[in-house]
Ligand binder design. Structure first.
Ligand code: GRG
Length: 314
C-alpha cells in the first residue's frame, strides 16, 4: 500500500509539473533574470503536496472544472516563494533545497529576494487573470473564487505563514521553552498553507462553512504532524535523500517540538495527530447527510496520503 501511494503521488506530481508550465511567466524583457529565477525555483521540483491535496479535496467535494488549475499553480508559487526566502542568507542561509542549489545560490541574494517577491505576486496575478477571463458571466463561480482567494491570502499572510515565520525567527536562541509560541509557530508557519490547500479545493467545489471548519481542523493536525516529522528528519534524516542539509535547526538554534519533547514522543505524536486527521476527514460529510456523498476515491487517497506522510523520509 505504501509503495502504491508513493507511486500515485509521484504520478500526480508529474501531472502537476506539466500543468504548471502553462502558468509560468515567459522569460523575456528587461525583467528576464527575475523570471528565470522564479521559474528555476518552481522547476527544481518538490513533492507538490499542497497542489495535490488541493486537487483531491476539490474532486472529493465533486469539483470537475479547470478553475482548480490556476489555484494549484498559485499554491505552489506561494509555497516556493516561502522556501526561496527562507533559504536566504538573512534567514536560514541554506545552499541546497530539493536536491539543487537554492535560488540565491544560483542567482545571487538580490535576485533571490526578487524571485520570491515575484512568485508571491504572480500567484495572485494568475488567479485574478483567470477569474476575470472565465468567471465573467458566472457570478456564482466568481464568488467562490473570491472566497478561495480570501482563504489563500489570509493563510499565507501575517495571520498565517508570515506570522509563523516571524515568531520562528524571534524564538531562535530562546532559552525559555514557550509552548504557546511553539504551537503558534507550527500552526502558522507550516499548517496554514496545508489548511489553505485543502480549504481552497473544498470551497471551490462548494463545501459549506461547517465542512470548512472541519477541514481546517484536519489541516491543522496534518500540518503539525508534517512539521514535527520535518524536525525529526532534520535530526535523523539523510541529507542526500532530503535534498538539503540536515542539522539546520540546531545550527540556527530553533525552538522545535523535538527539542522540547524528545525524539520518541515526537514520533508518537506524528502518528497520533495523523490518525486524528483521518478521523476528522471521515466525519466531514456523513452518508446520512442529505447532500451528495463525498467522492470515495479521493477520500481514500487523502486518508492514505495522511498516514503515508508519517513515514516520509523527505
Ligand atoms: C519566508 C514568509 C516565509 C516563510 C517561510 C516555508 C517556511 C516559512 C520555511 C521553510 C522551512 C520549513 C521547515 C518550513 C515548514 C514547512 C515545510 C516543512 C516546508 C517544506 O515543505 P515540503 O516538504 O517541500 O512540502 P517540497 O520541497 O517537497 O515542496
Amino acid at each position: 500500500m505504501q509503495a502504491e501511494i508513493k507511486e500515485l503521488c509521484l504520478q500526480k506530481a508529474e501531472e502537476f509539473d506539466q500543468m504548471v508550465e502553462k502558468y509560468l511567466p515567459k522569460e523575456e524583457g528587461y525583467q528576464k533574470t527575475v523570471i528565470e529565477a522564479m521559474n528555476y525555483s518552481i522547476r527544481v521540483g518538490g513533492k507538490r503536496l499542497r497542489p495535490i491535496m488541493m486537487q483531491e479535496m476539490y474532486r472529493m467535494f465533486g469539483g470537475t472544472a479547470t478553475i482548480i488549475e490556476p489555484f494549484m499553480a498559485a499554491m505552489e508559487m506561494i509555497h516556493t516563494y516561502s522556501l526561496v526566502h527562507d533559504d536566504l542568507p538573512a534567514m536560514d542561509n541554506d545552499e541546497y533545497r530539493r536536491g539543487k542549489k537554492t535560488t540565491h545560490a544560483v542567482y545571487g541574494e538580490a535576485m533571490g529576494v526578487l524571485a520570491g517577491d515575484g512568485l508571491l505576486n504572480y500567484a495572485f496575478e494568475v488567479i485574478s487573470k483567470y477569474v476575470v477571463k472565465e468567471c465573467d458571466n458566472d457570478p456564482q463561480k466568481a464568488i467562490l473564487a473570491m472566497r478561495a482567494l480570501q482563504i489563500l491570502s489570509e493563510k499565507a499572510g501575517i495571520y498565517g505563514m508570515i506570522g509563523g515565520q516571524c515568531a520562528d525567527l524571534e524564538f531562535e536562541h530562546s532559552t525559555d521553552q514557550n509552548m504557546e509560541a511553539l504551537y503558534f509557530i507550527h500552526e502558522n508557519k507550516t499548517a496554514a498553507l496545508i489548511q489553505a490547500a485543502m480549504m481552497v479545493g473544498a470551497v471551490l467545489a462548494g463545501a459549506d462553512d461547517r465542512e470548512l471548519k472541519e477541514i481546517e481542523k484536519c489541516g491543522y493536525n496534518i500540518g503539525l504532524a508534517f512539521q514535527i516529522q520535518d524536525d525529526i528528519l532534520d535530526i535523523i534524516g539523510d541529507s542526500k535523500e532530503l535534498g538539503k542539509n540536515v542539522g539546520s535547526d540546531e545550527k540556527n538554534d530553533k525552538l522545535t517540538y523535538v527539542k522540547v519533547y524528545g525524539l520518541e514522543k515526537s514520533q508518537e505524536d506524528v502518528k497520533r495527530l495523523s490518525e486524528e486527521a483521518v478521523q476528522i476527514l471521515n466525519g466531514i460529510r456523513p452518508v446520512k447527510d442529505e447532500k451528495k456523498e463525498l467522492r470515495q476515491e479521493e477520500l481514500e487517497f487523502m486518508k492514505e496520503l495522511i498516514l503515508f506522510l508519517t513515514t516520509r523520509r523527505k
